[in-house]
Design a binder for this molecule. Structure first.
Ligand code: ADP
Ligand code: MG
Length: 455
């Protein structure tokens, strides 16, 4: 292949990606990829950083590129991702004697440039695209305040929630906002995993000085998913010192995690205390109205028009977290695109069969009776018996209460499953409703039983 054809085909491939991919990071990175062709016809795509190489592989964009290229030119040879040669020399052979201290500092230099480019900020993760409702309004307001203020407000701002509820989104939004309104402020966003990776690398190259300089020279440091460093002693130690150094200099720190600082396991107490000393904010699961808003916003971002009943259906059915909700929407839209089919309730059900099954697993009264009997070490027949001692009567009422709250069965149906009158069920439901306000143990048992039944 001549150099000209190579370039022409590559730019055709790029154009196709630009028009078909909704992944902004990928599209922006295209400019940094240089194709070259060996005599055998094999094409290598050279990328400047290992991070980029791993990311592209992980998302299988090399496969996508190869597909697109083959449709340009069916005779193209194998296509692979390679690190640009100068980096390969420095990074892949650390033990060589040629690795003088100047090369090391050059490495650190490249790392620094890479770290500050924030290339992996998702362009869609902005405040404008974040849908606010009761469960996340506090987190949103805190993030906004940190982004808009030039001095340190709470240090650190610590966001926590279960997965897929917008922590990363808010952190990226802070970074975008600062980059836009105050470009001289140095913002560094990275995952705790990457923090560790860079730290370990610095240790390996005996270059912790540059590592420390880098992390201590920022104005705003954001570390995502700090639970990752649980149980990793050396990284924690380094993180603790970085943390203190930045706080002492009056620099802003923002952290996220899957639990509150004090609940983190395998983290030293002094670090927990440090992390809890600013503002700790949790994000709660979304409401139905928010899910509607999120779906509308995401559909608009994807440039798709999705009928209202489909949006309502998804918002009602997929309640676990926003990532799954978004994943479902993407599948529905992609399916319509690929098949040229309309988006409607029927196609949506069809495309999402597998995940809807999980949500549709219907809980029966028998499931509940069995779970309660197991839990309280009773026999199934005890629950239907007429015995009145508390040891049996209370679990029986609990099973009735769960049957009312977790199934759609009517009171008479539940009654007959327990060989009782429906008024007995009403009485049981009332009793448990009242008791669970006062009796914490009972409330905890109920929660556990519910969770087990849903799992
Ligand atoms: P986390 O970091 O908490 O696991 P993410 O920030 O990665 O979650 O969010 C997962 C997905 O859900 C992202 O695509 C994000 O844009 C979206 N998302 C979460 N919460 C909201 C929200 N309130 N408004 C719009 N999108 C949201
Ligand atoms: Mg996240």
């Amino acid at each position: 292949m001549t150099e000209n054809t190579l370039q022409e085909e590559w730019s055709a491939v790029c154009n196709r990606i630009r028009s078909e991919s909704s992944d902004g990071v990928f599209v922006r990175w295209l400019e940094q990829i240089t194709p070259s062709c060996a005599e055998t016809g094999a094409v290598s795509l050279q990328v400047p950083t290992r991070f980029m190489q791993e990311w592209l592989k992980e998302k299988q964009y090399d496969v996508l590129i190869a597909d697109f290229w083959k449709s340009e030119n069916p005779d193209v040879g194998p296509i692979s991702l390679k690190l640009q040669p100068h980096r390969e020399a420095v990074l892949e052979k650390p033990t060589e004697t040629s690795l003088s201290s100047t090369v090391v500092s050059e490495t650190a230099h490249v790392e620094e440039a890479e770290a500050f480019q924030n290339t992996y900020l998702d362009p869609h993760f902005t405040f404008e695209n974040f849908v606010v409702g009761k469960p996340n309004e506090f987190a949103y307001a805190a993030a906004k305040r940190v982004a808009e203020s030039n001095n340190v407000v709470f240090n650190p701002l610590y966001l926590h929630s279960s997965v897929g509820l917008g922590k990363t989104h808010l952190m990226h939004a802070i970074a975008w906002h600062i980059q836009k309104t105050n470009p001289t402020r140095r913002v560094l966003y990275l995952s705790a995993e990457k923090f560790m990776y860079q730290f370990v690398r610095a240790l390996r190259y005996d270059d912790t000085v540059s590592f420390r300089d880098l992390f201590r020279s920022v104005d705003v440091l954001m570390i995502d998913d700090v639970q990752f460093i649980c149980g990793k002693k050396a990284t924690q130690e380094e993180f603790f010192h970085t943390f203190n150094a930045l706080v002492d200099q009056g620099k802003q720190i923002i952290l996220s995690s899957d639990s509150s600082p004090l609940e983190l396991k395998g983290i030293e107490d002094r670090l927990k205390t440090r992390m809890a000393q600013g503002l700790v904010v949790d994000i709660f699961p979304t409401t139905y109205e928010m899910r509607i808003g999120i779906l509308q916003s995401k559909a608009a971002l994807m440039g798709a028009s999705v009928p209202e009943d489909v949006i309502a259906f998804l918002a009602e059915r997929i309640t676990s977290n926003v990532r799954e909700l978004e994943g479902a929407l993407k599948r529905v839209i992609a399916n319509a695109d690929l098949l040229g089919a309309p988006i409607n309730l029927e196609t949506t059900r069809q495309v999402l069969r597998d995940i809807l099954d999980i949500y549709e697993k219907e809980i029966t009264i028998e499931d509940i009776q069995k779970a309660v009997a197991d839990f309280y070490l009773l026999k199934l027949s005890d629950l239907k018996s007429t015995r009145r001692d508390r040891k049996i009567a209370r679990p029986r009422q609990i099973a009735m209460w769960l049957s009312k709250s977790m199934t759609t069965k009517s009171l008479p149906d539940i009654g007959s499953a327990f060989e009782r009158d429906h008024t007995t069920i009403i009485h049981a439901v009332r009793t448990i409703d009242e008791l669970k306000q006062k009796d914490q143990q009972l409330a905890a048992d109920l929660a556990l039983l519910e969770r087990n039944l849903k799992a």
